[in-house]
Design a protein around this ligand. Structure first.
Ligand SMILES: Cc1cc2nc3c(=O)[nH]c(=O)nc-3n(C[C@H](O)[C@H](O)[C@H](O)COP(=O)(O)O)c2cc1C
Length: 351
């Protein structure tokens, strides 16, 4: 039975053990044209990318997962070791707990590794007044950056989760201005958490000084699903019903990526990315790099070696896709011919 005492631990256990994704794989709807005569040697393929002023060995970031409970030390340590070893980026989970003194070491552990891009994390709902809770000041965001020596701070938009979970922070007015205020002081990126960014939202946030968007679209982890399992365990029928109803709420990740393209900002493609072909597909659709969370979670609970192996498979699959499309580098891959099929195409055509 899932304990409701520690929300962070619940999230990890639920995401590792329950079905939290809607089931349809939107990334498989993107098909790249095969190049039978690629004229490039696999060993010469350059998969490196630059984002937020940092160079990654291949275009992948392990996005925010955890922090703030004792079990998170091992998970973040395993992820950080793997990302340092392979030369890719990582984010930590929401740092609210850490800067309130709850297991700060579960975040700061990433400082022990030479990760090329470290991303902090705070929630947009915590930047505005929420009934009885104190809001985050700009100084607290600075403390959150210092806790992990962050290169950039991700502000997450998670209103799907907030509206489904008991006592969620559902005041959303003023978030955009609060993010604008933060962006005057710190490098900021805006991320969703599994429901995607629409064109309208991308337009509304592109001019407020942020440096990038992680679209985190629908198709992977659904926080409605996650909260459904917690509500069920607490015999909360209302929240259980809401969790079921909104299980697959959101904009499919590839659709969201195409929508956010109008911002002209660097884009992280995430939400249901499971393998290196999905990463290749996202680059072909305009992403600067891709992001994974749930795809490496079980490995992160085991060891750094397990995470390295999983991420190496993704890297080698990306390299294979680049060879098979005749792409010596990511710029060429971004221009490779592709088609969009299935449900993703239906989404695009029905607007
Ligand atoms: C266990 C778990 C905890 C998460 N916690 C956070 C968080 O604290 N802050 C955040 O911005 N996103 C959080 N996310 C969302 C991920 O960063 C990502 O946007 C989302 O899971 C979609 O990616 P995926 O389909 O690859 O899992 C979490 C995801 C998981 C699986």
């Amino acid at each position: 039975m899932i304990s409701i005492k520690n929300r962070k631990a619940d999230h990890i256990n639920i995401c590792a053990n329950e079905r939290v994704a809607p089931g349809y794989c939107y990334w498989n709807d993107i098909r790249l044209f095969h190049n039978a005569l690629p004229e490039v040697n696999a060993d010469d393929i350059d998969m490196s990318c630059h984002i937020f002023g940092k160079r990654l060995e291949f275009p992948l970031i392990v996005t925010a997962i955890t922090g703030g409970f004792d079990g998170a030390v091992k998970i973040n340590s395993n992820i950080a070791e793997a990302c340092a070893e392979l030369g890719i980026g990582m984010g930590v989970g929401s740092e609210r707990a850490g800067i309130n003194g709850v297991h700060p070491e579960s975040y700061s552990v990433v400082k022990e590794y030479d990760v090329p891009l470290v991303i902090g994390n705070v929630g947009a709902p915590q930047l505005v007044d929420q009934k009885s809770k104190d809001k985050f000041s700009n100084d607290m965001v600075g403390q959150a950056m210092d806790l992990i020596d962050a290169d950039i701070m991700a502000v997450h938009l998670n209103f799907l989760q907030e509206v489904v979970q008991p006592e969620g922070d559902t005041n959303a007015e003023g978030c955009r201005d609060a993010i604008r205020g933060l962006a005057l002081e710190y490098p900021i990126l805006v991320k969703e958490t599994g429901a995607g960014i629409s064109r309208d939202v991308a337009i509304r946030i592109k001019g407020i000084g942020i440096q990038g968007i992680d679209v985190a679209g629908m198709g992977g982890t659904s926080f409605s699903a996650v909260e459904l399992y917690r509500a069920r365990d607490a015999y909360d029928n209302i929240r259980t019903g809401m969790g079921e109803t909104f299980f697959d709420w959101g904009i499919p990740a590839p659709v969201s990526l195409m929508e956010a393209g109008c911002s002209g900002l660097p884009l992280i493609a995430s939400g249901g990315v499971l393998n290196g072909l999905h990463v290749a597909n996202s680059i072909a659709l305009g992403a600067t790099c891709a992001g994974v969370a749930n795809a490496i979670l079980r490995e992160a609970m085991v060891s750094a070696e397990a995470v390295i192996e999983k991420l190496t498979i993704i890297r080698e699959e990306l390299k294979a896709a680049m060879l098979l499309t005749g792409s010596p580098d990511l710029k060429t891959l971004s221009k490779t011919r592709h088609v969009v099929l299935g449900e993703t195409r239906k989404w695009m055509e029905s607007q």
